[in-house]
Each structure stands twice: as structure tokens, then as C-alpha cells.
Design a binder for this molecule. Sequence first.
Ligand SMILES: C[S@@+](CC[C@H](N)C(=O)[O-])C[C@H]1O[C@@H](n2cnc3c(N)ncnc32)[C@H](O)[C@@H]1O
Length: 217
Amino acid sequence: MSPLRMFLAKTAATRLIRISFSRPGLLENPAFLKLMERVFSAMALAYDRLWERMGTEAEILGPLAAGLSRVVSPPASVLDLACGTGLATFHVQRLYPQACIVAADLSERMLKVLWRKALGTEQRPLQRLCCHSGALPFGLSSFDLVLTQNAPPYLEEMVRVLRPGGTLLLAYSFVRAAAVREVIQKRCEGLGLAALEIVAAGPGMAVTARKSNEALP
Ligand SMILES: C[S@@+](CC[C@H](N)C(=O)[O-])C[C@H]1O[C@@H](n2cnc3c(N)ncnc32)[C@H](O)[C@@H]1O
């Protein structure tokens, strides 16, 4: 990507991420959810090609890899929220081939693309689920690792379904960490998280934290 395009992409993504962390109520607005579903369903078939134009795999997945390097022991259960066509899902699956992975997204059409890609792999089957990240059909403390890449942060639900001691990971491929660090720190207060880290990684950033053992439940 040209330097100018990269600058514009990062500026736009950084603004969106700032807003999504500072005004979480917006993420529950029905019109916003409908827009998300429509936009991503419409681009599902072209989605992977769009990312290929944005950067190399190392650039796009670099923040995710940086976040995963903070995971202490291989998780047995992983939830990839707003998984799209599975860019993060398949990376995590290669890293943790024994893990039971659930890939969830609001858009059935994005999930269909992911499913077609999954058919071509020898890996342990994924579970896929069409749902809103803000209202997950899972019980408390269901997963060892809950992640989302380049998607809106539904933090309360992410923390709720994470087991105490488990890792929360948010990765953004093209966002300036310095511009959003403060708003993310503030947003994470009171959620029962420990060891919060916000690190710049290539053109993006990763946010990781552990659900503290004292967090209820
Ligand atoms: C930019 S794509 C990222 C997809 C994938 N995580 C990746 O890294 O390529 C954003 C994804 O978030 C999904 N999404 C947006 N809002 C959502 C919500 N409230 N619940 C679940 N998925 C959502 C969209 O359908 C889309 O697939």
C-alpha cells in the first residue's frame, strides 16, 4: 500500500476505534448493527482480496501475533468474535491445533466464506456461529482465550465468557496505539481485568489482558 493510503487507512481506523471504545453504547444501536451486517455481507466474497491489497500477511496479522505471544499456555478453548472470513481464526488454529475454536460473526455470508475455506484444511473442525458479539449464547467462563481482530470491542461480553486467568485479546491491523491507549485504559477499568497491555505492533496494535482470578464469577 502506498504511504498516503496507509496514512489515510490508519487515520480512519484510529478514529473509529477511539469512538468505539469511548462510546460503547453506540455499538448496541440497532441501526449500527444493521449497517454492520449489511456492509460486511455485501463485501463477503471480495473481503479477502481487499485485505490482500491493504498489506502483507505479516502486516495484517502482526498485531494478532504480538498479542498471542502474551498467551502463557496453549488454550483448550478459543472464541474468535467477529471472525469474518477467518483471517485470525485460521492463524490461531495453526498455532493451537488442539484447541476447540468457535468462530462467531454477525454476518452469515462472511461465515459461509470462512466455512468454505475451512473445508480445504486438515485441521480440527471449527464451530461457527452467527451471533452478535454483544449478546453471546455462552455461559460464564466458557473460554480460555477470547479474541477479536479489526472489529468492534464488546468488552463486557468478552470478559463474561472468559474464564478467570484466561486471556482477552483485541488486535487492530492499522491503528495508532498512542492515540487510543488512554481511552482503552479508561474503558477497561472496572471490568475485572489484570495485566492490561496495549502494544504497538507494525502498523497496528494489540490489547491483551487477563481476567483476574478475583473477578466474579
Ligand atoms: C473488518 S471485519 C474483521 C473480520 C475478521 N475479524 C478479520 O480480522 O478479518 C469486521 C467483522 O465484524 C463483524 N461484526 C461487526 N459487528 C459485529 C457484531 N456486533 N457482532 C458480531 N460480528 C460483528 C462483521 O460482520 C465483520 O465480519
